[in-house]
Design a protein around this ligand. Sequence first.
Ligand code: ADP
Length: 608
Amino acid sequence: MIDIQKRENDRRPVYGVFSNILYMVRHALEVPQVLWMLAVQVAADVMISVTTLYMAPAFLGRIESHASLRELVAVIAGFSLALVFLNAVSAYCRINRDTARIEVRCNILREIDRKKGTCSYSLLYDQAFQDKGLSAKYAVNNNAAPAEKIWQTLHQLLKNIICFGIYLSLMANVKPMLIAVTIGITAADFMVARRFDRWDYGHQEESVRIMRRDRYFYNSAKDPRLAKDIRIFGMQEWLWDIKEDVGRLRRNFLRRGGRNTLLKNGLETLLDLLRNGIIYAYLLTVTLQGGLSAAQFLLYFTAATGFTGQLIGILSGMTELNRQSMELSNVREFCETEEPFLLEGGRELSLGKGKTCEFELRDVTFRYPNAEQPVLEHFSLRVSAGEKLAVVGLNGAGKTTLIKLLCGFLDPDSGQVLLNGVDIREYNRQDYYKLFGAVFQEFSILAATIAENVAQSDTPDMERVKSCAEQAGIRERIERFPGQYETKLGKSLYPEEAVELSGGETQRLMLARMLYKDAPVMVLDEPTAALDALAERDIYERYNGLARGKTAIYISHRLASTRFCDRVILLGEGRILEEGTHGELMERGGKYAELFEIQSKYYADTKQ
Ligand code: ADP
């Protein structure tokens, strides 16, 4: 465990600083304002710095040489006008650059969201991918995040580097040894900062883990879906205790981070004192020995202060850039995570009319990441074209997992899922999904109109929407809404106009959506879980008609619903325990018959 922790904490970013700068520049080419404003502002700021450096010594030099008042006024006016102009240019860039920088950041944010929205489904179970996604989001989620702040760092850094060059050539006139000492100590300063900054990056995963737990308990405590249970079961205290524990972990982590920063700042301050002491002592000695005039002293004194400032600016800029680069590397690593599924290219999947779909799970073993036991082990199943298959079994038997494997949401650890004899991994997964119309246990209602939800498009074919609503048994309900099919769903987005559908109504709407898609394979995972007994029977009576000509796979907790299926499989212990028609299984008098008898006691209407 300690080794794993240590390994995680020693993790290094995949992409280096230059590579990440280039990455940002590539994005900025889409919004060129970012780049040219950066260049103009750097140029203006360098000129401001140099003008300011020479202004006082130039004036003092004129006084020393008893220049006329006119000349003095001209010098001051010249410098002042130049400064006014340069400051105006710099301010213009500062005020107008932000919108463009935000646009670049939002483009990167979209890239992250696209990856999240379109990645292989199996990556949703990959904790490392999820954590990387969270770290990536931190790099772009506000104006102070590296994807926007990096321009400011680059601006400061470029300005400091150019000024440093100018000041360096000036200081070289005094004593090259002094420059060497200054650079040496400042470089040591930089190494110290770098060494300590690695701590932050190395502990990012630990930080993400703590924050994830913290957020989970924070969200749970205010989740309206849990509000009833929290109150009924008195879960407040329990949740509060867990939250306190996580809070302690967080505070402890922040304290460790704080100690790291304190030590870093202390060392940096000591080095700063040493460097400045040497510069000032040397300049004062030379001046007191009469080696420098007052104007020269002022010039070198200002240059020495500036020179050190530029150097610190460069080094802290590089430290900052290094830190930002590490975070940007997270974005790239996340977006470039290899897809386990074939999402581009792949074997062509012909979906034309008359094409039949025969599925086979051949010797499939599947275990969820971090789970101890496989859900399915050396599991084989063939689903013929046009077959109506019911999958039943106790909770946790693996029914949903079987459907996820069949639909291509998960790939087996060993064995194959085949479509018409071809491993589905050879097909483009997006094409493969086109084969399925489905109603899953978790509903995915979008904040849009009822018609759009059924059609999954903003240009629904209204006749078809109505016919599907009719078949799903929800037409009458929809037509009672004043807005009918244009009625909005999604209270979170449309708090005033949207309507709230009951669980059963939503399930019927999902059924209508599945019918609208008219895919060759129907998958229904507990499609009646939210329906009352009458509504459930009503739906089952419709199924035969709905599934005509299609392959249909039903998961059901209600064994009575399997009677119209061609075949029933009873899952358990990672395999098929029994299979046959409802009648055959009842006759056999095995586990299925036993479960059916128990259920029938609770559903008198289905006992025949
Ligand atoms: P069923 O649909 O028959 O109720 P599932 O296929 O949902 O069963 O689950 C089968 C087993 O896999 C259960 O033991 C469940 O706890 C486990 N399981 C389901 N999802 C996950 C997951 N994401 N991670 C780990 N284990 C899981």
